[in-house]
Write a protein that binds this ligand. Sequence first.
Ligand SMILES: Nc1ncnc2c1ncn2[C@@H]1O[C@H](COP(=O)(O)OP(=O)(O)O)[C@@H](O)[C@H]1O
Ligand SMILES: [Mg+2]
Length: 247
Amino acid sequence: MADAVIRFENVYKSFGAHKVLENVSFEVPRGSALCILGRSGTGKSVTIKQMIGLIKPDSGHIYVEGRDVTAMNAAELSRVRRRIGFLFQYSALFDSISVGENVAFPLRRHTNLEEDEIRDVVEKKLARVGLRGIYDKMPSQISGGMQKRVGLARALALDPPILLADEPSSGLDPITSQEIDELLLDLKHTEHTTMVVVTHNIPSARRIGDEIAVLEGGRILDRGSPADLEQSEHAIVREFMTLEGGI
Ligand SMILES: Nc1ncnc2c1ncn2[C@@H]1O[C@H](COP(=O)(O)OP(=O)(O)O)[C@@H](O)[C@H]1O
Ligand SMILES: [Mg+2]
């Protein structure tokens, strides 16, 4: 596909004798959201970590905006990462620095903005995720849902055209997790951000995903719109789609 922002081509990944991914191929068109759905331990996090070169596949290719990240050196990878916001599975905020400094981190690392400009961008990004007046709070002083939002604000700091989110709503109550979904949807609609969202929450995948890919047994068992998957030839996929919670 010409305008695939992310493309996996025959990706294999094992850890020792443990085969995690076996011949995984898919692509994510520009401006669309792919949800990767699967049970715990099926390789969802491994899949998205490979997109930014945190884990290398044993074989196969992974293209981000047409360039193969599996063949990149550190400097090239760094340039790719600048274009990708990454929301980690457990927010992964630095707990010894303030909320604001967490969001400022990528700006200090990748830009030459002045101090007042950094402050300004951080406040804007925090406001974008519905948070105000918490620049100087420490991560431990805010709720889990707010920490996720801060993680999202940090992922958005450099206005990335691509956003990867690993279980953005895990561990949150249904209302808060729905709010995070709404933020992601809003980003897709207003900034046309290309997204890959890992989840094991079916309602979430339905809300966010233009397409859902079901990872099972090391493979993409099936892939398509929520409506397609309800008609899947695989009983397990059809069953997943009837669930009203997580899998
Ligand atoms: N760095 C690693 N070293 C060894 N095994 C790993 C590593 N990362 C992941 N795994 C294993 O790969 C499998 C898939 O992990 P993961 O992608 O985290 O699953 P999930 O779908 O829950 O996100 C798990 O069995 C996990 O233990
Ligand atoms: Mg995971």
